[in-house]
Design a protein around this ligand. Structure first.
Ligand SMILES: Nc1ncnc2c1ncn2[C@@H]1O[C@H](COP(=O)(O)OP(=O)(O)O)[C@@H](O)[C@H]1O
Ligand SMILES: [Mg+2]
Length: 234
């Protein structure tokens, strides 16, 4: 059984279904990447896995437990961290306040975890007293990922963590994501930088119109001529 899997998910936002029998998931210690065209339902699939959608069909299993009917905040308590595609930091709050907000479910001492986040993203330590809104795009994404790490998740859901950053910053962010995965946190992420992301992925999903089009190892998807031609720019 998979560590985390949204299985055969069907549903949407109340109108027509957006997801059709869609399955995404990740194993412990793995990086799984979801790619596909704009509007394919990648974000919707992530939200469904995190419990932000009323599914008509399908289930979500996590760490051996059926969590299909749990609310997002209950999933956080179980060990899920989610970084949404937009509005993922509080811009008027400082970096440190953002990290403190991230730890909202904890009542124990969070200073050790904050130190770990600062080790991973040293620039955030330097800028900890600055409002997050004053940071660059790449630094803000670090705040967003750091905020999610504050609950010490077992799995991290990242929706386009490298959106709007330069190629160099993207590479750096991917290196940090690999480091997080090596610490034993499973990573399930949506990426528009499909080639680069599949390059570091253990497993990849190509979604089209709310359904699975291709599922394979990152390597196999990169080598698949059909996938290359239609989704990776040749
Ligand atoms: N909050 C929402 N309410 C209604 N429809 C939505 C909402 N968010 C997204 N959609 C629709 O769901 C479809 C998939 O969107 P999305 O999951 O954001 O795609 P992707 O992340 O792959 O670009 C699109 O047709 C989009 O218009
Ligand atoms: Mg999206």
């Amino acid at each position: 059984m998979s560590f985390l899997v949204g299985h055969n998910m069907t549903g949407g936002y109340g109108g027509a279904d957006i997801l059709h029998d869609c399955t995404i998931g990740v194993e412990k210690g793995e990086i799984a990447v979801i790619v596909g065209p704009n509007g394919a339902g990648k974000s919707t699939a992530m939200k469904a896995t995190f419990g932000m959608l009323n599914l008509r069909q399908g289930s979500v299993m996590f760490d051996g437990e059926d969590i299909t009917h749990l609310k997002p905040e209950e999933r956080v308590v179980k060990g899920m961290g989610f970084v949404p595609q937009t509005h993922n930091v509080f811009t008027s709050m400082t970096v440190e306040e953002n990290l403190e907000m991230g730890a909202f479910i904890r009542e124990d001492d969070i200073s050790g975890t904050m130190a770990q986040v600062f080790d991973l993203f040293p620039i955030l330590k330097e800028k900890r007293h600055q409002p997050a809104g004053e940071l660059s795009g790449g630094q803000r994404q670090q705040v967003a990922v750091g905020r999610a790490l504050m609950t010490r998740p077992k799995v991290l859901l990242l929706d386009e963590p490298t959106a709007g950053v330069s190629p160099i910053v993207m590479d750096e962010l991917f290196d940090r994501i690999i480091e997080i995965a090596r610490q034993g946190i499973a990573i399930l992420m949506v990426e528009q930088n499909a080639k680069q992301a599949l390059n570091i992925a253990d497993k990849g999903y190509v979604l089209v119109q709310g359904a699975n089009r291709f599922t394979d190892t990152g390597e196999a998807l990169m080598a698949n001529p059909e996938v290359r031609k239609a989704f990776l720019g040749g």
